[in-house]
Design a protein around this ligand. Structure first.
Ligand SMILES: CC(C)[C@H](C(=O)O)[C@@H](O)C(=O)O
Ligand code: SF4
Length: 415
């Protein structure tokens, strides 16, 4: 019978010939990720289970990214707990405070290959579906079970496949596409569905841009965000990983598949307005002054984003009364941005550049907003209080809109 990618991957991982949407399966986990913020609770729950050793220390990846370098005594304590766990359990893939944001370094450092089942104690683990893996966020206590058994139960999801067609206009990016989709279907528009991104527009996108789509699948309730692997995926993976991989594609007549056609040929730059990710408008309809611009995060802190922003900021100055924070998503991106002279452009324009971390994305540190202030951010969430004061406001956009707006001091369409 015809099947979706998710059904095929979950069948493989659970050792079954056939599974279909709605089935409950117990899948073997290929990669389990937890970080400095959600890790300590997983460790505590793991200790409560009483298993002495994790099921496979080579399959666990632990990056520190949310509170790095430690921004409080509590976070320093969390780091100590996690470093101790890494040592006791001989975790092979541990990345301390200097590596970058988990969802960037997992694919970049070769931990993600097509066909795998990946779980992370972080909701944006759906990002890795961009490489054709079934990848999803789980809770810290579920993670403790994975540490112990290497398996987890899943209800096999139905699939919403977004068939995206049309060539993107200048200054329109993957971020505008995904904001527009979420605006159309709503924040609950794909609840517990595997979201697939397909069509000519997606085929033409780089792997980095596909990650932007997959990253935000959770913002419409998606269980995962998948892109069928193609030559670009294979090229990306082969350059970074020597793990074996398996390519799965969706049969277009699969019974659990719902196809949604999206034409982006006339799409303008988009912005998600406070306080929900699905409150999306074209930038041209918004007239808002901004106090802070944040360029970074696991959504848009990649090299292509820094390049897009630097192209616009080169030789310009950030508006008086507006501040801009730039945080590359990983060490590799940071070093390439240094080599290419991008960091110099940002600093000259008046931006503050920080070492890779989640930073202000979740209002953790490195630049929070106060009451009455407005942030324009390239990240993925704009809930009340997300970046500091609950009396502040957060707008979400592409890197290009963020850079152009930093120069004007208000949200504008890049020229
Ligand atoms: C801290 C973590 C639990 C959280 C998540 O799961 O997404 C964070 O990364 C976020 O983006 O809000
Ligand atoms: S960058 Fe933001 S969205 Fe991504 S993992 Fe960190 S806090 Fe979560």
């Amino acid at each position: 019978m015809s099947k979706t990618m998710s059904e095929k991957i979950l069948a493989r991982a659970s050792g079954k010939k056939n599974v279909e949407a709605g089935d409950i399966v117990i899948a073997n986990i290929d990669v389990a990720m937890t970080h400095d913020l959600t890790g300590p609770l997983s460790v505590q729950s793991f200790n409560e289970i009483g298993t002495e050793k994790v099921w496979d220390p080579s399959k666990i990846v632990i990056p520190f990214d949310h509170q790095v370098p430690a921004d409080s005594i509590d976070s320093a304590t969390n780091h100590i707990i996690m470093r101790k766990f890494v040592e006791e359990q001989n975790i092979e893939n541990f990345y301390d405070v200097n590596a970058g944001v988990c969802h960037q370094i997992l694919p970049e450092l070769g931990h993600v290959v097509p066909g795998e089942v990946i779980v992370g104690a972080d909701s944006h683990t759906c990002t890795h579906g961009a490489l054709g893996a079934f990848s999803t966020g789980i809770g810290s206590t579920d993670m403790a079970m994975v540490f112990s058994e290497g398996k987890l139960w899943f209800k096999v999801p139905e699939t919403n496949r977004f068939e995206i067609s049309g060539q993107l206009n200048d200054n329109v990016y993957a971020k505008d596409v995904i904001l527009n989709i979420i605006g159309q279907v709503g924040a609950d528009g794909s609840t517990y569905k595997a979201c697939e991104f397909a069509g000519e527009t997606v085929s033409n996108m780089s792997v980095s841009d596909r990650m932007v789509l997959s990253n935000m699948a959770i913002e419409m309730g998606g269980k995962t965000g998948l892109v069928e692997p193609d030559e670009k995926t294979i090229e990306y993976v082969k350059a970074r990983s020597n793990k074996p991989y398996k390519l799965f594609k969706t049969d277009l007549d699969a019974p659990s598949l719902n196809i949604i056609d999206i034409d982006v040929s006339d799409l303008e730059p988009q912005v998600a307005c406070p306080h929900n990710v699905d409150n999306v408008k074209p930038v041209s309809e918004v007239d808002v002054e901004i106090d802070q611009v944040f360029l970074g995060s696991c959504t848009n802190g990649r090299l292509s984003d820094l390049r897009d922003a630097a192209r616009i900021l080169k030789g310009k100055t950030i508006a008086k009364g507006t501040r801009m924070l730039v945080i590359p998503a990983s060490k590799e991106i940071y070093m390439k941005a240094l080599d290419e002279g991008l960091i110099k452009i940002f600093v000259e324009a008046g931006a503050l550049v920080s070492a890779p971390c989640c930073g202000p994305c979740l209002g953790g540190h490195t630049g929070l907003i106060g009451a009455g202030e407005v942030s324009l951010s390239t990240s993925n969430r704009n809930f009340k209080g997300r970046q500091g004061s609950p009396e502040g406001e957060v707008y979400l956009s592409s890197a290009a809109v963020a850079a152009a707006s930093a120069i004007e001091g208000k949200i504008v369409v890049p020229q």
